[in-house]
Each structure stands twice: as structure tokens, then as C-alpha cells.
Write a protein that binds this ligand. Structure first.
Ligand code: DGL
Length: 282
């Protein structure tokens, strides 16, 4: 059966997959984490488009008919491009930005704060989507490049993480709703709730993404058919590291991680360990 493809720059999109599997456990999923080339958040647009094409093509190559771009950076920068290039009657590419904007607009009393990677914030895509829904709402966007690496290090429960969260929180003034606009940040949700003022709503967009996907799927059952709840995980990075980190993001023990690597401009299945260590001269 065709699995639903879920794509992220690394581990973070497992927080979105977690909610998708909670909402629709009967579907099969194929998760692709491009962890060998993450983080994406500081990269230029052309590189992100290139990586995103390779990853989406790999997932379609694995038999997916629908790919959910869980990564906010890719969704903000490259979703339109991916939809134009790959979307047709038999294949779809969906993103997280519109569901995030919808959830925030439903929640806010007039001023939304948005935290994301530098590239996500520079795109202003989230603000654009909010203003399509609610032109009168104010959106303040702040880049938080330190947070994803802290989560990758599993430091979300440390003083250094709380200090970083505090430093980013003080950049906002007058917001009533704060959107965690990066797939890593849900692991810092408790730190945000602890350190933010009590009347600030901290919003993880992932449950809203899953709810929106479930509604979409009712109209397109053939593009995301019922399976047996099977999960595959593909990673372009160190599979042992991926496996060790995955449960923190996914909330369940992951299956064994399959390795993929770029060969001739395409991501292909590839045995691990072929990468050179030390000096390389070409
Ligand atoms: N997954 C990315 C996102 O949601 C964050 C990590 C990165 O910079 O690659 O924006």
C-alpha cells in the first residue's frame, strides 16, 4: 500500500509524524529525515530547493502518493515549487504553514508571535498566510537559530536551554499567542510554558497539522490509503545516531533506520560507512 511520505531536514519532523500516527494510526508512513545535510535553517534558498526536490523524489520513489513536508523551513520556502513540480492527479505535496497559521488565528486575540529558523523567518511566509486569513492580526517573527541544535544535543531540560528560551522570549512584546514554528521546538514546549507569562498561549502546530491532514484525507482517500500502520524511516545521516534520538521526538520506539545518500544528484538507498574520514584531495 502507498505510505504517506513525511519529510523533514532531520529528526524534528518526527514530532509531526507522532501526531499523524496518533490521528491516523491505520495508515502506513515513510519518514525521510535529511539529517546528513541538516540543519537547513541557515541555508540559501537554492540549496533548500535542491535538497527538497531530492527528498520528495525519493519518497515518491518509495511508492508514496502524498508527501507531507513537516519541516517549517522547507514548507515556508519551497512548498509552492514542490507542488508545481510534482503535484498532479495522482500525487500531492502538503505543508505545515497554512495549518499553523489557521491554528494561530483561531487562538489569538490580535497579536501572534512566531519563532522559527532564520530562513523560515526571512521568508515571511507564515505572516503572509496569517494575513490571508485575518488581515488585522499583528505577527511578530523572530529567528531562534540556537534552539534546534540544543534539542539535537538532547539538552532541552538543561539550564542552557532555559536561558536560550528566555533570551528569545524577551524579543517579543505584547503577543498573546506564540507559535513554535520549527519541528524541534515542541521538545522545548514545557520550557516555554514555564518561562512565558501565564496569559501567553504556546502553540505547537503539529496536532493542527494532523487534524487538517485527516480532514483532507477524507476527500482524497486514494492518495493516502489505509494500510497496516507500518512505519519506515530513511535517513541521509548517521543511522545509529538517528535511531538513538528518534524516540524522544516520535514518542515510540522507531523501526530500524534505512540509510540513503546523494549519488549523482539523487538520494538513493546506500550502505552506510562509505563516507571518507580525514583529509580528502580531489
Ligand atoms: N526542521 C527544521 C524546521 O522545522 C528545523 C531544523 C533545521 O534547521 O534544519 O524548520
Amino acid at each position: 500500500m502507498a505510505p504517506v511520505g513525511v519529510y523533514d531536514s532531520g529528526f524534528g519532523g518526527l514530532t509531526v509524524l507522532r501526531e499523524l500516527r496518533r490521528a491516523l494510526p491505520e495508515l502506513d508512513y515513510a519518514y525521510l529525515g535529511d539529517s546528513g545535510r541538516a540543519p537547513y535553517g541557515g541555508r540559501d534558498v537554492d540549496t533548500i530547493l535542491d535538497f527538497a526536490e531530492q527528498c520528495v523524489e525519493r519518497l515518491f520513489g518509495e511508492g508514496c502518493r502524498t508527501v507531507v513536508v513537516a519541516c517549517h523551513t522547507v514548507s515556508c520556502v519551497a512548498l509552492r515549487h514542490l507542488q508545481h513540480r510534482y503535484g498532479d492527479a495522482g500525487r500531492r505535496v502538503l505543508g505545515v504553514t497554512i495549518p499553523a497559521a489557521e491554528a494561530a488565528v483561531a487562538q489569538t486575540r490580535g497579536h501572534i508571535g512566531f519563532l522559527g529558523t532564520a530562513r523560515t523567518v526571512a521568508s515571511h511566509t507564515f505572516r503572509t498566510e496569517v494575513h490571508k486569513l485575518a488581515p488585522g492580526v499583528t505577527v511578530s517573527e523572530v529567528a531562534a537559530p540556537l534552539l534546534a541544535p540544543l534539542v539535537e544535543e538532547a539538552w532541552e531540560d538543561t539550564d542552557i536551554a532555559r536561558l536560550a528560551v528566555q533570551r528569545y522570549l524577551v524579543k517579543f512584546h505584547g503577543i498573546d499567542t506564540l507559535v513554535l514554528g520549527c519541528t524541534h521546538y515542541p521538545l522545548l514546549e514545557h520550557a516555554f510554558r514555564e518561562l512565558a507569562s501565564k496569559d501567553l498561549t504556546v502553540l505547537n502546530p503539529a496536532p493542527g497539522v494532523a487534524a487538517r491532514f485527516a480532514v483532507w484525507r477524507e476527500r482524497h482517500p486514494g492518495l493516502a490509503p489505509v494500510g497496516s500502520g507500518r512505519l519506515r524511516i530513511l535517513s541521509s545521516g548517521d543511522t545509529a545516531r538517528f535511531a538513538a534520538s528518534a524516540a524522544r521526538f516520535l514518542g515510540e520506539t522507531p523501526p530500524s533506520v534505512e540509510h540513503i545518500a546523494e549519488r549523482g544528484g539523487r538520494l538513493a538507498p546506500c550502505a552506510e560507512g562509505a563516507e571518507p574520514l580525514g583529509q580528502v584531495v580531489r
